[in-house]
Write a protein that binds this ligand. Structure first.
Ligand code: NAD
Ligand code: UDP
Ligand code: UDP
Length: 323
């Protein structure tokens, strides 16, 4: 079979997930344009790809139009950590909504296939467990998380309206908590916070009593799901949940990370943020049926790899300071 090299645009390509996706796509032989405004992403994340003739970086903000020729678009541009997306909530909504309009306009003009990185946050603080794609969610439209949740919900609406009205070839995936190497150490999300705190011997900040649950997916598994979804037939639009259905209380995550890092850190309790979902876990039956996809990396194995990454990158930073 002849290999079909594609020109693939990855928005948010210098972020945590985006950089892994760029790496995977270059590895598959595609020509990749990594678009990013470096709000939360870094050039370091894609440093390993610079110099590869099938890879280029474009500094651009998705809230502005972009005219280029592409075959596929993965739209990942958007801060994902609650700390980051609440820092400039108006920009977060603009990124989701105007970014979706611009990238859908680009897809419409170029007849490119476009995949939207949506989120489990479209389910808000869910009242149905585990969450299936037909659950409509429980989002507070006025709270501090709304800029992200409602922005992503509106982006989904735009995707399905461009599909129905303009026949744009769309794919929508709802990503649940994903972790792994290249999360930013000051990202504010739970896995990076706990690992960095444990490695530094600092207190582990558990919000609330730690009984709230999440289900954590290792980055390599998630990237396989994104690439698999992009390859589905045109009538497979989604939305499709992607995540690991192994649900645990956040307190248990803290205890595991202390054990795996052999840390002397103590758990301290901090107030639960407003609208923090109490329970979240994906039903991945649809992804399994449509993509033959399921996560393969168990939590401890994924945490080990992530801990190794932070150990190395924090060590490098310390030696850079003392050099
Ligand atoms: P991240 O913050 O590491 O990456 C986001 C990237 O988008 C960054 O490189 C940032 O600089 C860039 N960006 C932000 N605003 C932009 C703009 N206006 N124009 C251009 N670039 C912009 O986060 P991530 O975890 O890699 O998340 C990537 C995507 O996946 C996001 O859309 C997020 O909503 C979605 N997602 C992630 C998770 C997760 O657990 N990691 C869960 C659900 C959804
Ligand atoms: N757009 C873009 N690149 C393109 C085509 C469109 O960035 O190649 C943007 C442009 O800002 C436009 C938006 O996408 O306003 C939506 O495009 P569409 O064709 O749906 O609507 P228009 O506003 O052009 O009528
Ligand atoms: N959390 C915590 N301590 C931290 C960071 C987060 O206990 O230092 C909790 C947070 O309150 C939430 C869960 O961990 O219940 C996951 O938070 P994260 O910000 O990673 O993502 P979310 O799933 O809330 O978007």
């Amino acid at each position: 079979m002849r290999f079909d090299r594609k020109r693939v645009l990855v928005t948010g390509g210098a972020g945590f997930l985006g950089s892994h996706l760029c790496e995977r796509l270059v590895g598959l032989g595609h020509d990749v344009i990594c678009l990013d405004n470096f709000m939360t992403g870094t050039k370091d994340n894609v440093a390993g790809l610079l110099g590869n003739s099938h890879f280029e970086v474009l500094r651009h903000d998705v809230t502005f139009p972009l005219y280029t020729e592409v075959d596929e678009i993965y739209n990942l541009a958007c801060p994902a950590s609650p700390v980051h997306y609440q820092f400039d909530p108006v920009q977060t909504t603009k990124t989701s909504v105007m970014g979706a309009i611009n990238m859908l306009g680009l897809a419409k003009r170029t007849h490119a296939r476009i995949l939207q990185a949506s989120t489990s946050e479209v389910y808000g603080d869910p009242t149905v467990h585990p969450q299936r794609e037909d659950y409509r969610g429980n989002v507070n439209p006025l709270g501090p998380r709304a800029c992200y949740d409602e922005g992503k919900r509106c982006a989904e609406t735009l995707f399905f309206d461009y599909y129905r009205q303009h026949h744009v070839d769309i794919k929508v995936v709802r990503i649940f908590n994903t972790y792994g190497p290249r999360m930013s150490p000051n990202d504010g999300r739970v896995v990076s916070n706990f690992i960095v705190q444990a490695l530094r011997g600092e207190d582990i900040t558990l919000y609330g009593d730690g009984s709230q649950t999440r289900a954590f997916c290792y980055v390599d598994d998630l990237i396989s799901g994104l690439v698999g979804m992009m390859q589905t037939p045109k009538d497979t639009t989604g939305p499709v949940n992607l995540g690991n259905p192994h649900e645990i209380p956040v307190r248990e995550l803290a205890e595991r990370i202390i054990r795996l890092t052999d840390s002397s850190s103590k758990i301290v309790f901090r107030p639960l943020p407003v609208d923090d979902p109490l329970q979240r876990c994906p039903d991945i039956g649809l992804a399994h049926n449509l993509l033959d996809w399921q996560p393969r990396v168990a939590l401890d194995a994924g945490l080990h790899r992530t801990i190794d990454y932070f150990r190395a990158s924090l060590g490098l930073r310390l030696s850079a300071l003392t050099a």
